[in-house]
Ligand binder design. Sequence first.
Ligand code: COA
Length: 163
Amino acid sequence: MARALYPGTFDPITNGHLDIIRRAAQLFESVDIVIAVNMRKASLFSVEERMDMARECTRDLPNVAVLSHAGLMVDCLRSRNAQVLLRGLRAVSDFEYEFQMALMNKKLDPSCETMYMMPSEKYTYLASSVIRELAALGGNISEFVPPGVETRLRDRLKEAENS
Ligand code: COA
């Protein structure tokens, strides 16, 4: 069985991500959730907070680990002795970006394979930014994120209101 990395920003992790992680944990020897230190995106939560949230909600999965990485994902793949980069494909609009990234990663490391999983249809419209916006506007997010993430999100938004 191959070892997989599941990279992303996870700001914060959602039930859509967890759906993929849980299914992948059954298919791969191990799945490392890699919180990418992404310079292009401003984040609400620090890398450590995002790692804590991911750890909390995958505690029951013995072959899932959580780490962060600041450089190229193919370097992380090599250092973790993994073979597969796993990505979720939610809609056709994800395809072009994913296609470009998979080809670039293949160019950087020909042994790197990118594999895609489709999240359950009830999560296809989810994105972390949508959850952040919904929470900020007082919407109910309990169906989209684990309870620990919901609490942290509410606390963070309260802190922002009071500052
Ligand atoms: N359920 C819910 N939401 C999902 C999802 C799922 N299954 N899959 C993706 N998303 C959402 C994310 O929440 C995120 O939402 P946001 O944009 O509102 O924050 C969005 O889809 C895309 O996110 P993500 O999967 O986190 O990808 P990304 O584009 O933020 O990150 C990296 C891409 C980090 C994996 C990529 O840039 C990378 O590998 N960087 C390292 C440098 C490198 O090697 N680059 C490639 C070669 S140059």
